[in-house]
Write a protein that binds this ligand. Structure first.
Ligand SMILES: NC(=O)c1ccc[n+]([C@@H]2O[C@H](COP(=O)([O-])OP(=O)(O)OC[C@H]3O[C@@H](n4cnc5c(N)ncnc54)[C@H](OP(=O)(O)O)[C@@H]3O)[C@@H](O)[C@H]2O)c1
Length: 283
């Protein structure tokens, strides 16, 4: 039987991605298909096996640093099913405080930024009307987290190619050890998250009118602090942290609620509310 709705989550064999798949499997229907994707075949197969839910769940190997593989999967889903309904770019590589940021930057940026860009490029065109394309970012992703010197690189009005170039220029400064001189912070997670949100804004700016007419949502989201492999090395106090299953509920509400609230379109959303791109104002 041809599935009714197709959903896909990247980096879904553990953490928030896995909880997103579980949540989708619980909240979609038996005729719907959720693709649990990740880079490692054994981990993907084991995770897909563990999910209990109503919708069908299938594991698919997808290394998001391989933009060709991302494009091929999008094309395959377009051919087979006529497109996709829910796409969540969630993958993040491990980042350890015990190794230098420069040592880890290439892989981290390739997964978080290369991955999000590849998903936006290949999956936005195959998103069906009333669909959702979501990038899991962070509250660190608002522009005010960057020094004024580098903020202009990510301001509205840039194309996805320009955002990608800004990320590449930043990556080079890390290896040249000149990032601080240019105004980049040491912790690579911060520019990475700002660039993800900026990439979503660049794509959304072009598609806004058509997407709103079709009740289609493109947005980035902030899950809050969640105890996972990604967060564990960087925070000591998890007393306020949510479980992955708790953290994904507002994200799933956003994805599954129709009609969409136009004020959320293209924005960074935390618990259903827009986080202002330029930061909170005090007045
Ligand atoms: N945890 C938090 O408190 C928090 C807060 C704000 C934002 N976030 C964001 O939420 C998202 C999910 O984070 P998380 O905490 O759930 O992280 P996590 O538990 O470390 O999970 C990351 C997932 O990404 C996968 N991955 C790594 N490299 C990949 C690649 N090249 N291709 C495909 N998948 C790959 C990992 O697969 P392997 O198992 O094979 O490594 C894993 O399944 C990230 O965007 C993160 O920045 C998290």
């Amino acid at each position: 039987m041809r599935p009714q709705r197709i959903a896909l989550v990247t980096g879904a064999n553990q953490g928030i991605g896995y909880a997103l798949v579980e949540g989708l499997a619980a909240r979609l229907d038996a005729a719907d298909l959720v693709l649990l994707t990740g880079r490692n075949p054994e981990r993907v197969a084991a995770a897909a096996e563990r999910v209990n839910g109503t919708a069908q769940v299938e594991g698919r190997v997808l290394d998001v640093t391989d933009a060709t593989a991302v494009a091929e999967l999008a094309a395959d889903l377009q051919t087979r099913y006529g497109g996709v309904d829910i796409v969540i770019s969630n993958a993040v590589g491990p980042l350890s405080p015990d190794r230098t940021q420069a040592e880890q930057a290439d892989e981290f940026i390739a997964v978080a930024n290369g991955g999000a860009t590849a998903v936006l490029r290949s999956f936005a065109p195959v998103l069906r009307p009333a669909g959702s394309l979501i990038v899991v970012a962070s509250s660190l992703g608002t522009l005010d987290h960057l020094d004024a010197k580098v903020q202009p690189l990510f301001e509205d009005g840039h194309t996805l190619d320009q955002i990608e170039q800004a990320v590449e220029d930043w990556r080079r400064t890390i290896h040249a050890d000149t990032h601080a001189d240019h105004g980049w912070p040491d912790w690579i997670n911060i520019p990475s998250k700002v660039a993800q949100v900026a990439a979503v804004r660049a794509v959304a700016a072009i598609r806004r009118t058509d997407d709103l007419a079709g009740d289609t949502l493109i947005a980035s989201v902030c899950p809050g602090l969640v105890d996972t492999r990604a967060s564990r090395p960087w925070f000591e106090d998890f007393s306020e942290a949510r479980s992955p299953a708790e953290a994904v509920q507002p994200i799933l509400d956003l994805i599954l609620t129709r009609p969409i609230d136009p004020s959320t379109y293209g924005e960074l959303i935390r618990d259903g509310k827009v986080l202002p791109w330029l930061g909170e104002t005090t007045d």
